[in-house]
Design a protein around this ligand. Structure first.
Ligand SMILES: [Zn+2]
Length: 393
């Protein structure tokens, strides 16, 4: 059985090759049975995980900026470490009360495996892109220095993210299930155009909002696709509050869609819909992730995300990147703030709270407002700062 999970690189391919999206899923002895516990979130301490991004590049474009990686970190934390999101209204009412906060925080590694200071990102120049999805001697080249890649940072305590141009590969992203991980092969591999929401991800629709890594992280923590990768309602994801699905959904379906006699939860992060259309992990999925982590990756969530939390919002820069705005901490420290967007008539058009973000990306698409002039109010307990944003067509 293959342990590789994926997003298709090109939407058209998804439509024409649905059967090749992912490897068939065959449940092993490693999953628990469905229990009523799924409907109650089990209180647990927040987990903190550190990430190392190994960025392989053979051109200037593929050498992603640190800023782009920060924008990915913001997206990960937005969905794994945030109880309320501005997008929640997109979740149909039938499923809204199932949405759960995984309570998992991610930060970039501040030390390498031998204790040297690190920024959690390393760039590796390569000349041969074929290692992106090559295996030699039964090993993934990318994860082995002697095969042209790099060796893992201890996968017990680091989550290894490999970024490379995967235009020659059948799928966009891959993750190793917890029970398939080994000391020399573990982590997640992603195409360089689906990291975060700026730079090479900007305009890379429909995978332009950094949610490929949210989906793959779900696999990395033991979640399956809702269909269980089997047709005709024969498969299941071993989670009780995600309805059975006899197929996978792509694109951006309109609610409701019915499969196996039930309303499908196609807007789940473990679905295969577009980035703009996936919005929740359920209580059952969060419980399953937490259990799988305890079982297979017991050390991974015990890292200290030590970056300093800064209260001074003046240390936060607001900058425009084409149609997106970014709030970035000058010192790479975390900041917490409330954001409110007002139009020229003083009407509140959007608001969201951010806890311990390194960067926050506000995309024009997320705001769902017309071109024009807006005012962004950034505040915390101590300060209120106002920025004028101009949205052009
Ligand atoms: Zn997948």
């Amino acid at each position: 059985m293959s342990k590789w999970i994926c997003f298709f690189l090109v939407f058209v391919e998804i439509q024409s090759l649905p059967g090749q999206r992912c490897a068939p899923y065959k449940p092993g002895p490693t999953y628990r049975s469905i229990s009523t516990q799924d409907f109650k979130i089990q209180f647990r301490q927040k987990l903190q995980c550190r990430l190392i991004f190994h960025i392989f590049y053979s051109s200037a474009e593929e050498k992603l900026s640190a800023m782009q990686v920060y924008s990915q970190m913001e997206v990960l934390n937005r969905y794994f470490n945030n109880a309320v999101n501005a997008e929640d209204y997109n979740i149909p009412e039938a499923f809204r009360n199932l949405k759960a906060n995984p309570n998992i925080e991610f930060c970039l590694a501040d030390k390498d495996p031998v204790g040297n200071a690190s920024i959690g990102i390393e760039w590796i120049s390569i000349s041969d892109l074929s290692i992106a999805c090559k295996t030699e001697f039964g090993k993934r080249s990318l994860m082995h220095k002697n095969l042209g890649g790099v060796d893992l940072w201890d996968p017990k305590t680091y989550i290894n993210i490999f970024v490379i141009n995967r235009s020659q590969c059948p799928v966009l992203g891959e993750a190793i299930y917890p029970w398939d991980a080994s000391s020399d092969e573990d982590g997640i591999i992603l195409d360089y155009r689906s990291i975060g929401s700026i730079g090479t991800a900007h305009g890379n629709k429909p995978f332009h909002q950094g949610k490929t890594l949210v989906h793959e992280m779900g696999h990395f923590f033991g979640l399956f696709h809702l269909s269980g990768d089997q047709a005709n309602c024969a498969g299941d994801d071993i989670v009780a509050d995600t309805p059975l699905q006899g197929l996978e959904y792509f694109g951006c379906p309109k609610f409701p869609q019915v499969s196996c006699g039930q309303n499908s939860q196609f807007m789940n992060f473990m679905s295969l819909v577009d980035d703009a259309c996936m919005h929740l992990f359920t209580i059952g999925q969060v419980n399953r992730m937490q259990e799988q982590i305890q079982l297979y990756r017991p050390e991974i969530g015990k890292m200290n995300c030590t970056m300093r939390l800064q209260d001074d919002l003046k240390q936060v820069i607001v900058r425009q990147n084409q149609l997106d705005w970014q709030l970035l901490s000058k010192s790479r420290g975390y900041f917490s703030c409330n954001l409110e967007l007002y139009d020229m008539n003083g009407r509140l058009r959007w608001k969201q709270q951010f806890e311990e973000a390194v960067s926050v990306t506000i995309s024009a698409e997320l705001l769902d407002v017309n071109p024009g002039v807006y005012f962004l109010l950034v505040s915390n307990k101590e300060e209120k700062l106002c920025y004028k944003l101009i949205l052009v067509q």
